[in-house]
Design a protein around this ligand. Structure first.
Ligand SMILES: Cc1cc2nc3c(=O)[nH]c(=O)nc-3n(C[C@H](O)[C@H](O)[C@H](O)COP(=O)(O)OP(=O)(O)OC[C@H]3O[C@@H](n4cnc5c(N)ncnc54)[C@H](O)[C@@H]3O)c2cc1C
Length: 387
């Protein structure tokens, strides 16, 4: 077993932390308060290769693996989970769906500009009536005049308003249920396609979470992504990778909440001494650190497995159980850690003068997005029972 990162990985972590501290940290509260989507940071993320982390260089990517990707998402989220989720939805949902299931022509046309960061991507599976039960998709795609016509509405799409490319799932054969949903590539500006309501959220407020609407949206035949009818099944594989992102997102935010709590506990004095000298506070910090380390082990194990699978080119093999375990544990641990961070800050933890309250709001997404904690438990149990 090997538990250490390579020197390249350590250097990557250092450079992303430096970037996040310099370019993101000074604006975090301003963006959050205004629900401002930080478009100004996108070219900087692109220049660092962060919009094509897990894709080969021949497709415009940085040619890195899930371990490096997890380091990047963790370090961005340690400073701002909103930036973490923007990068995660672009990389591991939209772009990865194209990378895994697209034709060479689709990769050339769509993946290359996404991976180079010239374009931003979003991925729309969830609908108002189809969340955990995503197989209950209602949006339809009907064959007409040698192409497709899409009708329906998606909800909760990260980057929905700002994306140039959307991968969306729609029913192509209702009789075939889960094997009757297909994936489609839609470009911004396509008639009949537009973002709808932007959600006013509890947390991750600088990220964009929006409806995506289709009204007689015509697409050419070549915008079908993957085999007809396999869009939902392919989405499950895409979500395996996506869950590693959410684990890293939770891990990063938990680390950020811990770091600010440790700092505060050493500075804040009550009863004539720093509160860090009270055993009650020490035990909180110890429990926080323990849960973060456990989350880190699960997250990086899942990332390592994903890389091993890619190296072996075993696209059939799955990392479902490990990705779900990492996502479930890291997400729930992050919620507990952020709660203790507020507690350690006392009344100041309830104010916007300290970062604890933002972590507390932001981490909650990790027990909901890309499958709720309840659904992760179902996924893990099904894997254990061989279903
Ligand atoms: C900030 C944010 C970003 C998102 N980004 C995206 C995105 O980019 N693309 C996308 O497609 N989606 C996205 N989502 C949607 C997200 O994946 C869904 O919200 C999530 O899957 C849950 O669906 P739901 O909200 O409809 O909840 P529901 O499915 O209605 O669940 C409500 C409650 O019921 C429980 N429940 C449901 N079914 C069961 C069951 N069988 N057993 C036990 N409990 C059950 C759930 O666990 C939950 O507690 C995002 C959501 C948020 C909040």
């Amino acid at each position: 077993m090997e538990f250490s990162f390579t020197s390249d990985q350590r250097e990557l972590r250092r450079s992303i932390r430096e970037f996040a501290e310099a370019e993101i940290a000074p604006h975090v509260m301003e963006w959050d308060e205004a629900s401002h989507f930080p478009q100004e940071i996108i070219p900087k993320l692109a220049a660092m290769g962060l919009l094509g982390v897990i894709f080969p260089e021949k497709y415009g990517g940085a040619g890195m693996g899930y371990l490096e990707y997890s380091i990047i998402i963790e370090e961005l989220s340690r400073v701002d989970g909103a930036v973490g989720i923007i990068v995660a939805a672009h990389n591991s949902l939209c772009s990865n769906h194209i990378f895994k299931f697209g034709t060479e022509a689709q990769k050339e046309k769509f993946l290359v500009p996404l991976a180079q960061g010239h374009k931003l991507g979003c991925w729309s599976l969830t609908e108002p009536g189809a969340g955990s039960d995503a197989g209950g998709t209602r949006t339809t795609a009907v064959r007409r005049d040698g192409g497709w016509v899409l009708n329906g509405s998606k909800t909760f799409t990260t980057n929905g308003h700002y994306a140039d490319v959307c991968v969306a799932m729609a029913v192509t054969d209702a009789g075939k249920k889960h094997h009757g949903i297909s994936a489609f590539l839609i470009e911004k500006g396509t008639p009949g396609f537009r973002p709808g309501k932007k959600e006013n959220k509890l947390g991750l407020r600088a990220s964009d979470t929006s409806e995506v609407l289709f009204n007689d949206c015509r697409l050419p035949e070549e915008n079908l992504l993957g085999a007809e009818g396999e869009g939902f099944i392919n989405s499950l594989q895409v979500l395996d990778g996506g869950r590693i992102s959410i684990a890293a997102l939770g891990l990063g935010m938990a680390q950020g909440a811990y770091d600010c709590s440790l700092r505060y506990a050493k500075e804040r004095k009550q009863f004539g001494k720093p509160i860090a000298e009270f055993q009650a506070i020490q035990f909180k910090l110890a429990d926080m650190a323990l849960q973060i380390e456990a989350a880190r082990l699960l997250t990086y194990r899942a990332a390592w497995l994903a890389d091993s699978e890619r190296a072996a080119d075993s696209s059939g093999a799955r990392i479902t159980r490990e990705a779900s375990m990492a996502k479930l544990y890291a997400g729930e641990a992050a919620v507990r850690v952020a709660g203790e961070a507020v507690q350690i800050h006392g009344g100041y933890g309830f104010t916007k003068d300290y970062p604890a309250e933002k972590f507390y709001r932001d981490v909650k997404l990790c027990t909901i997005g890309e499958g709720t904690s309840e659904m992760q438990r179902l996924v893990i149990a099904r894997q254990m029972l061989g279903k």
